[in-house]
Ligand binder design. Structure first.
Ligand SMILES: [Zn+2]
Length: 150
């Protein structure tokens, strides 16, 4: 699916979400959604802020933050706490459920998808008679040191 097609789809979802709750359909909300769906990486608020600044489209960090919270509620964005400080976000509507490995030395984020995690989830649901709505799993890792003694 093209970026434009994807945006059309999520735009409609956002419109429905805003209309259902009688929230205002501000141009900022749509502009932020559109930019997010062009980004293939994880990003933070500063990244979006600078992006809009470069385009001379003025959006405050508070507006970006509030819009991201709203888009999370609408199921269009996922939030991550990879490190100790700022939160990272990623578009979530078209991308498959995945988990993350955070490399502590250079802060590289590696995404992975392992069906065994779904199996664990299903087992727990069955055994405990529950429905798991979501999960978050982060591995914090370092490259193994080369052993020179061998
Ligand atoms: Zn991710």
């Amino acid at each position: 699916m093209s970026v434009q097609k994807e945006y059309e789809t999520v735009k409609e979802l956002l419109t429905n979400y805003l209309e259902e709750r009688k929230f205002r359909k501000t141009p900022e909300r749509y502009a932020i959604l559109e930019e997010i769906y062009k980004i293939d990486e994880h990003f933070d608020i500063d990244y979006l802020y600078n992006l809009f600044k470069k385009k001379h489209f003025s959006v405050s960090k508070a507006t970006i933050y509030n819009t991201l919270e709203l888009l999370m509620e609408a199921g269009l964005v996922r939030k991550h706490q990879f490190g100790k400080v700022q939160a990272f976000y990623e578009k979530s509507y078209f991308n498959k459920n995945h988990d993350h490995i955070i490399m502590l030395d250079d802060f590289e984020i590696i995404e992975f998808c392992d069906p065994r995690i779904d199996e664990i989830k299903n087992d727990f649901e069955e055994a405990m008679d529950i429905e798991i709505e979501s999960h978050s799993l982060y591995f914090y890792a370092r490259k193994k040191k080369v052993d020179n003694k061998k």
